[in-house]
Write a protein of this length. Structure first.
Length: 634
């Protein structure tokens, strides 16, 4: 049965997508013998990028508001615990040991601890009289009883103790190095009961026992860090506290944005994930505006935006404290304003070209300060910018208009300001929280200190070396062609429950309706540009290729979440297809768009457990959701 189920679902999905595109081909093809058919065979259309900019209307407010609010509810629902230990005991070089005293000798059955900053381990000892101490060995397969590696910071962990239960009244914890922070400890008796705070004392480290009400039933993704949160969420916390940042392989701004959520809600799972989820939600109305600007139809904007809102990658990737979200967010904004710039009429006054050009450059600069992947978007922006300048130069020549030299000079001057000087300033300013960890201060002339800029330059060379040499293997790494077919998700979390019959897991991958259908739409964009010289199709195609092509030649290890920016252009390509059907189709052709949108939402509902970690029967995740056995890991 399982083998049939693993084949039937993707087969049905591919069939339905193929059927949809059969409708599309019929809708877009002129009937033989018609005036349109004769015109296409006799004359190639003239290329243009000058399109009417369709503005938002009153009727757009309600649908975009509903989609955004639903996405916000789904995004923030069970995002993570809003509470976590906030006080930490810091082990110092002259004080590496603390002793916890129980109210009486008890049988210890389990021991939890909540890790803080810095890497090390602890020696855990037990005693009944305070004189004779026993250090139990670690459980089989473990090197230490209490470990605090870089991958397990700000996490609840269970000590790997062999030979439990152990009778003890005193528990001694000794740090292997200093500094080392521990947030809270939890002692459980042999029958699984948590010892309350009034039964424990530790005068030299009260922070270890002051938040016992926060001890969870078990460590999960809801109360602990996972995946690259251990880098970005941790570094955001270090920014807030003026500590030398651990993660320095990406520009600082993305982590600085994460720190805003921590400042608002504390160093909690909800706090370090809040800003990413917020930016993920804000992508939705911005994309809606872009689609509306391009095609002018509310129903096209609604259907295409729903595809993006219910894409698995957008949903999962924005709910973790990593910096990819911010790069995609600012790529979207920079292309929104580049579209407004590139599609202006050739005779538009120069002063009206400046606002969209300036905003595109501004958001490009902010994006580059968040993650270097935005630089790839810059190649697409540059291509669209050059096409726009060529169009206007040809317009000047064709109409024998004076002032071409002045236009070119002014445009180049402002372009340098908007796309080089402003981004460079933003990039340098983003290093302010980074520099605080190295002792620099604004009040002491940080921005006038040449060492500040030398530090920035040194970090750029370090980042380049790091990424150019990152060729390690990883069980969930993938190749660019696997992204197109959604072939290799990256598993972020997995835990078996109820004796192995229930699984809590989630992964980053794409909704097949958007990723498979969207790639077919990208192919259609290439066809439309070649055959019909369609400027909108070229805009979408350039945006998509600028995000995908660099990953084909880059030798470093890559993952499916690197395809996240491309999903913006998959959505725009689907919007183009939807718009064509609404313009040229009728009856069942238009109903096909609504059916496709509904199928996207149904797939999201179907896969919801492996997008959020909600417990689901192993039978369901294995036989209904693992469409590619051996490749889809949940």
């Amino acid at each position: 049965m399982s083998s049939y189920l693993s084949v039937i679902f993707p087969t049905v999905a591919i069939f339905l997508i193929g059927l949809f595109y059969m409708y599309y081909i019929r809708a877009v093809s002129p009937r033989e013998g018609t005036t349109e058919w004769i015109g296409r065979t006799m004359e190639r259309p003239r290329f243009t990028m000058s399109f009417r900019l369709h503005k938002m209307e009153r009727r757009d407010v309600l649908p975009v508001l509903i989609i955004t609010l639903v996405s916000a509810f789904l995004g923030f629902f069970r995002l993570g615990d809003t509470v976590a230990p906030q006080s930490f005991h810091r082990f110092k070089s002259d004080q590496k040991t603390v002793t916890i005293t129980l109210d009486e000798t008890r049988e210890i059955g389990k021991f939890y601890y909540y890790t803080g900053l810095w890497i090390g381990s602890y020696t855990l000892e037990f005693s009944e009289d305070g004189h004779l101490w026993i250090e139990p060995p670690p459980s089989e397969g473990q090197q230490r009883v209490m470990n605090q590696p870089h991958g397990d910071l700000f996490k609840w962990r269970e000590a790997s103790i062999s030979g439990l239960p152990i009778a003890a009244r005193y528990i001694r914890i000794t740090a292997s190095s200093a500094p080392l922070e521990l947030g809270e400890i939890a002692v459980f008796t042999a029958d699984g009961a948590l010892l309350s705070a009034d039964k424990l004392s530790c005068p030299e480290a009260p922070a270890l026992l002051d938040e016992q009400s926060l001890v969870p039933d078990a460590p999960t993704y809801l109360n602990s860090m996972y995946f690259d949160e251990i880098y970005h969420g941790r570094t955001a916390y270090e920014y807030l506290n003026g500590i030398k940042p651990y993660e320095s392989t990406h520009p600082p701004l993305g982590k600085a944005i994460i720190s805003v959520g921590i400042a608002l809600f504390g160093m909690t799972p909800f706090g370090w994930r809040f800003m990413g989820t917020l930016f993920g939600v804000l992508m939705i109305p911005i994309l809606y505006i872009l689609i509306k600007n391009m095609f002018g139809k509310t129903r096209v904007a609604v259907c295409a935006t729903l595809l993006f809102a219910f894409d698995f990658m957008r949903f999962t990737q924005t709910r973790i404290a990593t910096i990819d979200t911010y790069g995609v967010f600012f790529i979207l904004l920079s292309y929104l304003f580049m579209y407004r710039y590139a599609t202006q009429d050739e005779d538009v006054p120069f002063r009206k070209t400046l606002p969209p050009l300036a905003l595109s450059g501004l958001f490009f600069g902010i994006g580059c300060a968040s993650k270097w992947v935005v630089v790839y978007a810059g190649f697409g922006l540059l291509a669209l910018y050059l096409i726009t300048q060529i169009r206007r130069i040809l317009y000047y020549h064709r109409n024998e208009m004076p002032g071409l030299g002045g236009y070119i000079v002014k445009t180049l001057v402002f372009s340098v300001i908007f796309y080089i000087l402003v981004p460079a300033a933003i990039y340098c300013l983003s290093y302010i929280p980074y520099a605080y960890g190295y002792g620099y201060r604004l009040e002491f002339g940080m921005l006038r200190n040449k060492n500040f800029y030398r530090m920035i330059w040194d970090n750029q060379t370090y980042m380049f070396r790091y990424h150019s040499r990152l060729v390690d293997t990883h069980p969930y790494s993938s190749n660019w062609y696997q992204w197109i077919v959604d072939g290799r998700p990256i598993l972020y979390y997995s835990r078996l429950l109820n004796g192995g019959t229930v699984k809590s897991a989630f992964a980053a991958f794409g909704n097949p309706a958007l990723w498979w259908g969207g790639f077919a739409a990208i192919v259609a964009m290439a066809v439309h540009f070649i055959r019909r010289r369609d400027g909108k199709a070229l805009f979408i195609l350039i945006g998509y290729l600028s995000q995908l092509l660099p990953w084909i030649i880059i030798p470093r290890i890559v993952f499916i979440y690197h395809y996240f920016p491309s999903t913006l252009f998959l959505t725009l390509a689907m919007a183009y297809v939807f718009n064509t059907i609404f313009e040229r189709g009728y009856g069942r052709y238009r109903r096909a768009v609504y059916g496709y949108t509904a199928a996207t939402i149904l797939l999201f509902i179907m896969f919801y457990p492996v997008l959020t970690g909600e417990p689901a029967p192993v039978f369901y995740t294995t036989y209904f959701l693992r469409w590619f056995p051996g490749a889809w890991p949940f």
